[in-house]
Design a protein around this ligand. Sequence first.
Ligand code: PLP
Length: 460
Amino acid sequence: MAVIPSALPASGVAEEVVADRFPVDTSAVRAGDSALEVDSNRFARMRGIDLLGRDAPMLRWQRERAEHGVWPYFRSFRTSLRPHAVAVTEDGRITEGLNFGCQDYLSLSTHPRVHEAAGKALRDFGPIAAGALGLNGGNPLGTELAEGLATMLGFEHGLLFPTGWAAGYGTIQSMISKYDHVVLDKLAHNSLRHGAAAGTRNVSYFEHLDNDSLRAKLREIRGGDAKNAILVVTEGIFSMDSDAADLRELIGICREFDAVVMVDVAHDFGATGPDGLGQLGAQGVLGEVDLVVGAFSKSFATTGGFLVTRSASVFEHVRLYGGPQTFSSALTPVQLAVALEALRIIRSAEGERRRVSVRRMAERIREGLAGRGLYCMGNVVCPVIPVLIGSTPTARLAWRLVGEHGLITNLAEPPAVASNQARFRLQAMADHTTEDAGRVVDILDTAIRSAQEAIAGRDV
Ligand SMILES: Cc1ncc(COP(=O)(O)O)c(C=O)c1O
């Protein structure tokens, strides 16, 4: 029997009850119900002359999902991002309880030093940058931050972007000419895929983490084109799957074919690896990759992204031609101060304690869920714990149940993941406690079993 918090009244005072099943409203589980079955791919590219009206089927589908409480998007937090928080859906469904649904792996968004730095920057420089980086948007905090990131990762040059998405997109799109080739891991982030597509039509994908598949692609490309550049793109840790490539081998293969290596370390840098160096540090390949991009939005308590490189000309080129960096306003003084203070903490003994803490939390949750027969995906332990459910209807229903029973977490469903690969994506934080880890296991286990039974019995 699992010990779980009951469904919370709007006043939100948690009450401990013992249950081994959550009640399921069967009106939401009829077979063929589009709220449970249909994924957003069906509506992504509607055709027809009526540009302003042709998305009506998508709207009906979205409303139906919201009505059944299985629309997990556009929820907002009503509290700061602490381990216990309140989140509310657009139609007013309140979840007050455990927060495993935000990107603040080291719990730095509530750190007093970070808040102090933000306040000081606001007082010293005001709330906004003067413009784009090239047009007076720079700030000494930004210079220190960019240099600090480059130094930590063993590079000479650092460039900041408005978001992590912009860093990946802008770097690839500006560096690549239409004659070049970009070869990406099949599960590379949206920003990287769009950057490649904006730069060249010569875009191809290798099988996820499969270095043999990469070698075959590079051999094929080099066989037909010895003159143009090849950029190979992967991630430090793929957060949807909590897994990582064998980077040393990948780099070796790229060298064989004269290809340049870029790694997006959005999820692992700062929060994982020796001294916060993520997979580059863990696999001992620091300084061996050519380009590193990353994001502040997971471990640095603010929004923003970066590129680090050892090439002065690449730095200058991307700074000049890197669309989202060149034509968007620069990061604000407050964002810069927050990321800089986070970087200082990340590099200190306190940063190490926080990394150990979030890692322990992830290990405990993985062990707990495995003990209940649930499968956590991945080949590395990181703050993101993907809990595989498989069936989309079961996952949607389970998401509703966890929300009703005091757990804030995210659902990853097709097309964001392959069909029949729907999963929860728990995001642990350094400030979570052992008790939180035990309780999240109880809630998930009960919700998933309850949803599976309801779905299995829906035709009866
Ligand atoms: C690999 C990767 N790159 C970039 C991003 C985008 O970062 P941001 O949210 O800062 O734009 C993400 C976000 O989830 C990511 O997973």
